[in-house]
Write a protein that binds this ligand. Structure first.
Ligand SMILES: [Mn+2]
Length: 351
């Protein structure tokens, strides 16, 4: 998958590679994850210089620590915000190009404690957007049309369409208007939203999206990379190159009888199966026997979400009665479970 991206970069003979984050999905990645990511970056750097901004899941100080080593392999990593003249803008005179690099900035980094206490939540959003806009201005104000001007960052713009896999706490409500990117920018490369998309703005603003489907909410997304062609004074032209999916994710929903008809047709795709069936013991195992790559088997009724019975109504009632009520609530139609519960409860009392 990741070597496939280096293959595209080589085939297209690109001059620069932009990686808008996230590199990792947790702030303390496993050694294996680090090996895969750093190998991939160095593989890309064999084709062209690589520029990276950290995302919200990346640990900024951890990345800053390895940045000097990656720099030796012509991978430039910006994990903490930097002034234009201190690494925030990287110049490539041979390419007539400059690139502003702005890593993810959390609301904590930008809205101070005083503001958090004093303002309404939607005012925090305004403060965040205003200050981020000022930072974008600082990094881009000096950019004339004599060169290709690129902005690379990890953030949310209003109007962007989410893939299914973002952790929502980091996606909303802190977002900026795409209009904050000035028309003098030839191209804006963004990371954070998992769906590949163009965002309406005075400059070409694109999310490349994640290179593969990251969860079952993204089964319908196309995954790929963007090839950008730019020259000074003009908006860049952008082309999508899709990547062969590593392994497809498929979601199936129906009764057991309906689902059974798909057995043997899903190759090696990972499956999420939502059953329109009352619950009973052993149901998930039956499904897994039919679909060895089922990673998630759930009851559709549970997947849709149900409210829990109110706690107060449980006071002073016997456990067997409450358990039967719970089973009914969860649409479990299996007398063996209630009997097993009674037997276990009996043992507990006798012990
Ligand atoms: Mn992110």
């Amino acid at each position: 998958m990741l070597s496939g991206i280096a293959g595209v970069a080589a085939d297209e003979a690109v001059d620069l590679v932009l990686v808008a984050g996230d590199l990792f999905d947790v702030s303390a990645p496993s050694a294996e994850s680090e090996r895969i990511v750093y190998e991939a970056l160095l593989g890309l750097a064999r084709v062209a210089p690589v520029l990276v901004v950290a995302g919200n899941h990346d640990h900024p100080k951890r990345l800053e620590a390895v940045a000097p080593l990656l720099e030796l392999g012509r991978v430039t990593v910006v994990a903490l915000p930097k002034r234009a003249d201190e690494g925030g803008v990287v110049r490539f005179p041979d390419l007539d190009t400059r690139v502003a690099l702005l890593p993810f900035l959390s609301q904590r980094a930008i809205v101070n404690a005083d503001d958090l206490m004093a303002l309404d939540p939607d005012q925090h959003d305004g403060k965040y957007a205003g200050r981020l806009g000022a930072i974008i201005g600082k990094l881009t104000n000096a950019m004339g049309t004599d060169q290709v001007n690129i902005f690379c960052s990890h953030l949310t713009v209003h109007g962007g369409v989410m893939g299914g896999g973002e952790r929502t706490a980091h996606v909303f409500p802190y977002a900026i208007a795409a209009q904050m990117f000035p028309g003098s920018l030839s191209y804006v490369a963004l990371g954070h939203l998992h769906r590949l998309q163009k965002v309406p703005a005075p400059a070409p603003v694109w999310y490349s999206g994640s290179p593969m489907q990251l969860d079952f909410g993204e089964v319908d997304d196309t995954k790929g990379v963007l090839i950008v062609e730019a020259e000074p004074g003009l908006p860049a032209t952008v082309r999508e190159v899709s990547l062969g999916a590593a392994r497809r994710l498929i979601r199936l929903r129906g009764t057991l009888e309906q689902i059974e008809t798909f057995a043997g047709t899903t190759d090696d795709a990972y499956l999420k199966i939502e059953l329109d069936e009352p619950a009973r013991a052993g149901l998930a195992d039956e499904v897994r026997d039919l679909f060895p790559y089922a990673v998630d088997v759930v009851l559709a009724a549970q997947a849709d979400g149900r409210s829990r019975p109110r706690a107060a109504a449980r006071l002073g009632r016997a456990a067997p009665e409450l358990f039967r009520e719970y089973l009914e609530h969860r649409n479990v139609d299996d007398g063996r479970l209630a009997a097993l519960f009674d037997a276990l409860l009996e043992q507990t009392y006798e012990a």
